[in-house]
Design a protein around this ligand. Structure first.
Ligand code: BES
Ligand code: MN
Ligand code: MN
Length: 463
């Protein structure tokens, strides 16, 4: 039952809040696909207009060498604290398309969930912010603090131009706290605040054998096969017994979680069977020896193969030694690993493992740095109270294994601390077919954020 004016307003406007989000989700803002560049731009313009309608005084497009970002602000009083909201309006590609129950850009509500690409990552959570602003203004006429909003269009493709924006716009982006809604809570009944994210670094491997595909009878047995060579290289990158990454220097800079941190991780409920179900019914969990599932996910680095290609995989047989094979590798990083350095170490390990008879090339791509937010910051307590007032439970403090590199950019470039107030659920299928946002979380999120501004205004008061 609504307890106050904000809740009453939110309850009365739920249907419209869903209908509006559905319209936003119809725009296919896939940043990775150049064919959708015009859609990403249209998405940015749509968002800027929506920000104005929600009550931001000023909203504009910030151009980059890639996809545009959106900036908006509502400056109430220079004496009040200022919060900066960060999010992203781009989405992941949708393939495999035939596994979607309904089309990714024709969102549909089923069983209390809104299905569509970007429903929760991150368009739905950005929209949640706009609706919170709209709701507070409708009920109270003004915000209790200054609010700024920056929403980028390239997060899903590595935020390649975002740090340039942070650098160039430092003065305008200045704030007392960064608020990001792009993570998840533990379970519908267990609210949580995320206090750390892993980083990312990558390497692309190309193995060149013969200049052209060869007849495997005429040449097989005396000419190196690029697929076998690639398999050898990739297999060498993990220890088969300890499952540790076998790249020289890989763990050198890793800051191991402290006893306090490990105790904090262990205090958050973890049901391995539920986790296996969320992971698509995998038969067992597996990872680096000596660490719990949670520690592996939140505080240990990994090396993963994201894609592999080579040879013939069509129907029937084709007896060849293929000319080439290749693979995409990414590593999740933890404090204090450096993305560029790790990418170079992996590249060197790949090249060192190259067998004779093929030519191996490996290109390092640095992704983003890990970030751990301070759990003592008054904004974390403020966010905790805001969540508790809606969920009736004090949120757990968690971390996530995913990456949002801009959060670290804000901290390093501007000294800006973040509070991560995400309302996703572990089974939202982000980046996968049938991504969804549970409407109960969307509605609760609007109310949490509405209260957050009050809590932050008090907690960050300077005088
Ligand atoms: N919202 C996610 C990050 C995330 C995922 C946080 C899962 C918490 C749990 C974000 O949009 C994302 O997908 N990030 C990419 C970053 C990469 C492209 C640099 C990721 O983690 O792979
Ligand atoms: Mn996201
Ligand atoms: Mn994502």
């Amino acid at each position: 039952m609504p307890e106050n004016d904000l809740d009453t307003y939110c309850a009365a406007n739920e249907q419209r809040h869903v209908d509006e989000l559905i319209e936003f989700l119809r725009i296919p803002s896939i940043s990775a696909d150049p064919a959708h560049a015009a859609d990403v731009r249209r998405n940015a313009e749509y968002l800027a207009e929506a920000a104005r309608k929600a009550g931001f005084h000023h909203a504009e497009i910030i151009e980059t060498a890639g996809h545009p970002a959106v900036y908006a602000e509502r400056l109430v009083d220079p004496k009040l604290p200022t919060a900066l909201i960060y999010g992203h309006h781009d989405v992941q590609p949708v393939d495999p398309l035939n596994e979607w129950r309904t089309s990714p850009f024709e969102p549909e509500v089923r069983d209390g969930n809104l299905y569509g690409r970007g429903a929760v990552d991150d368009k739905g959570q950005v929209w949640m912010h706009l609706k919170a602003v709209e709701s507070v203004l409708a009920v109270r006429g003004e915000l209790p603090l200054n609010l700024k909003l920056i929403v980028e269009g390239e997060e899903e493709s590595g935020s390649v131009h975002f740090e340039e924006i942070v650098d160039a716009e430092q003065a305008r982006l200045r704030a007392d706290i960064l608020v990001v809604s792009d993570t998840s809570i533990v379970a519908p009944g267990i609210p949580s605040l995320c206090t750390g994210l892993r980083g990312l670094a990558g390497v692309q491997v190309q193995v060149q054998g013969p200049a052209l595909d060869l007849h495997s009878g005429r040449f097989g047995g005396d000419v190196a096969n690029p697929i076998a060579s690639l398999a050898e290289i990739l297999a060498s990158l993990h220890d088969p017994v300890t499952r540790r990454v076998r790249v020289p220097g890989f763990y050198d800079d890793v800051r191991e979680p402290s006893a306090d941190e490990r105790a904090l991780f262990a205090s958050v409920p973890f049901d391995v069977d539920e986790f296996r179900a969320e992971a698509g019914d995998v038969p067992a969990t597996i990872g680096e020896a000596g660490w719990t599932d949670r520690e592996r996910l939140w505080a240990r680095p990994t090396l993963e193969f994201n894609g592999i290609w080579g040879g013939y995989s069509g129907p029937g047989q084709k007896t060849i030694i293929p000319a080439t094979a290749g693979a995409k590798i990414t590593c999740r990083l933890v404090p204090n690993q450096d993305p560029q350095h790790i990418a170079e170490l992996v590249r060197d390990a790949v090249l060192a493992a190259a067998p004779i008879g093929v030519t191996v090339t490996a290109n390092a791509v640095g992704g983003g740095r890990p970030v751990v937010t301070s759990i003592d910051h008054p904004a974390v307590q403020a966010a905790s109270r805001a969540m508790e007032s809606v969920f009736g439970i004090t949120p757990a403090l968690t971390r996530e294994g995913g990456s949002i590199p801009p959060v670290e950019s804000f901290a390093r470039v501007m000294g800006l601390q973040a509070v991560l107030v995400g309302l996703g659920l572990p089974d939202d299928q982000i980046h996968a077919p049938n991504e969804k946002f549970t409407l109960d979380m969307y509605f609760k999120g609007i109310r949490v954020l509405g209260r957050l501004w009050d809590e932050l205004a008090v907690a960050l008061r300077t005088s």
